[in-house]
Design a protein around this ligand. Structure first.
Ligand code: ADP
Length: 452
């Protein structure tokens, strides 16, 4: 249905695109945040591990060191694959089993021992080729080897058993596994982002459609309303135009002129009534008419209406009566003029849709807290499928158009609008051929002493 309308389709597309764009931005920021958090957590864990390995080794070594720059044999027991610089093990050791103590057995740690002059004395563990050998005494360092592999290293000073400076001790590890892991996280995020963006785009297209539906429906209602209003306005205008055109063609005697003017006046009245109803409906929709609440007596309102509409009823050979099923008068609070209009519309409808010799009765009764008004007729009745729709604007039952009551289909819409402004609902009970009863109820105010 919505597919037919270009404006709504374009709006839906741009809404969906905006939504997907904003969501994409949020998801990207979120992805970056997640990546940063994971990388930071890993980095901290890695530092802690490196620090604890270095600390353990450092403490164990210091207990054994006697002479500055001298490697005691017992140190080889602490670092089983220790290799003194200048001995042949430097070349052999790359093919051997590598580990520092048993605490770290992952093959990616190395240790270096320097004397106080900064000369490399020994290495142990998984020592990478091409790592810069010069001593850097900064406690934390990040280095790279010849093949650009990155290493993270901690540097500590070493002392002998009698607290003399021995030299320096460095423990480092390759960051390859860390970087591999981060690459994997990056890949998952990079693949996940477009996938979730596609899903977000589909969801936002669907959501935009859902959000546009009520707007589209009311847009259609406005379109329908405009078409109906134009159609209703055209009828009296066309009639007036035709009358004027034919009058201009001939010379008219005074009686004919009067007849024509009467026709024009009738059509004009119809137009004024229609425009008045439309204006009132529009104002009620915008809540532009303030509800002037006042206390008034429903019995008086009904009596006045019956009196005012009696001539119309007589002209249609209908018996119009009121029936007060309460002794006291019923006082209510509301906009008297609007409620007068509401009941007026109901009674006029009842008279217009009741064949001659029928009856229209306006019944007034009450229950514990409410006053009930019923406008009952013995007329043509309303089929169940029309009973809800008759309150819609411009709705007239098709079969009823032939009766040509002159109505525009706004009377009940206006009545329902007035009812809703007073927070109640107008309802109908009807059976085809038997008649209809329109009912509404509104809360009672203080009762006064009205005698029937
Ligand atoms: P209209 O100006 O045509 O009377 P309304 O909104 O008042 O418009 O009523 C809508 C339609 O409901 C009428 O055209 C008529 O077909 C039907 N209707 C209203 N009141 C009655 C009634 N008392 N008996 C039968 N049909 C009714």
């Amino acid at each position: 249905m919505m597919r037919q309308n270009k404006l709504f389709n374009n709006t839906r597309t741009s809404l969906a695109l905006w939504y997907a764009g904003v969501m994409g931005l949020i998801l990207s920021l979120l992805g970056m945040g997640v990546y940063k958090a994971i990388s930071h957590a890993h980095w901290v864990a890695l530092d802690n591990e490196l620090e604890s390995v270095a600390g353990t080794l450092h403490d164990s070594l210091e207990l054994k060191l006697k002479q500055p720059g001298q490697i005691e044999p017992i140190i080889k027991e602490l670092l089983p694959n220790l290799c003194i610089v200048g001995t042949s093990c430097i070349t052999d050791r790359f093919n051997s089993q590598r580990h520092i103590l048993s605490a770290v057995d992952r093959g990616n740690y190395y240790a270096r021992l320097y004397d106080t002059s900064g000369r490399l004395i020994a290495i142990a563990g998984d020592y990478p080729e091409g790592l810069p050998q010069s001593l850097n005494t900064e406690s934390w360092q990040t280095l790279s080897d010849r093949t650009n592999n990155i290493y993270h290293q901690i540097s500590l000073s070493l002392h002998t058993q009698i607290r003399e400076d021995w030299g320096y001790f460095q423990v480092g590890r390759s960051l390859k596994d860390f970087e591999d892991y981060l690459d994997q996280v990056k890949l998952v995020l990079l693949l996940g982002l477009p996938t979730s963006l596609i899903l977000v785009a589909i969801a936002s297209w669907w959501l935009a459609g859902l959000a546009m539906q009520p707007i589209y429906r009311s847009y259609q209602q406005i379109e329908q309303f405009t078409a109906d209003a134009a159609h209703e306005l055209r009828t009296p205008l066309a009639a007036t135009q035709a009358t004027v055109e034919s009058a201009l063609l001939v010379d008219l005697d005074p009686q004919e002129t009067k007849d024509i003017l009467t026709t024009i006046e009738r059509e004009n009245k119809r137009l004024i009534q229609l425009v008045g109803d439309l204006l009132m409906l529009a104002r009620m929709d915008r809540k532009a008419i303030p509800l002037r609440r006042q206390l008034f007596c429903l019995n008086d309102l009904v009596s006045d209406l019956v009196e005012e509409l009696e001539p119309l009823a007589i002209a249609n050979q209908i018996t119009l009566t009121n029936e007060f099923r309460v002794k006291k008068s019923l006082n209510v609070s509301g906009d008297c003029d609007q409620l007068y209009r509401l009941v007026y519309n109901l009674i006029v409808n009842a008279i217009q849709h009741t064949p001659s010799d029928g009856r229209v009765t306006v019944i007034l009764e009450r229950d514990a807290s409410d006053a009930l008004i019923k406008v009952k007729d013995t007329g043509i009745g309303i089929a169940p499928e029309h009973q809800k729709k008759i309150f819609d604007r411009f709705y007239r039952i098709q079969s009823d158009r032939s009766r040509n009551t002159g109505g525009s289909g706004l009377g009940l819409a206006l009545a329902q609008s007035i009812a809703r402004a007073h927070s109640f609902e107008l309802s109908v009970r009807s059976e085809l051929g038997q008649g209809s009863t329109f009912i509404f109820q509104l809360p009672l105010a203080v009762a006064c002493n009205f005698q029937k």
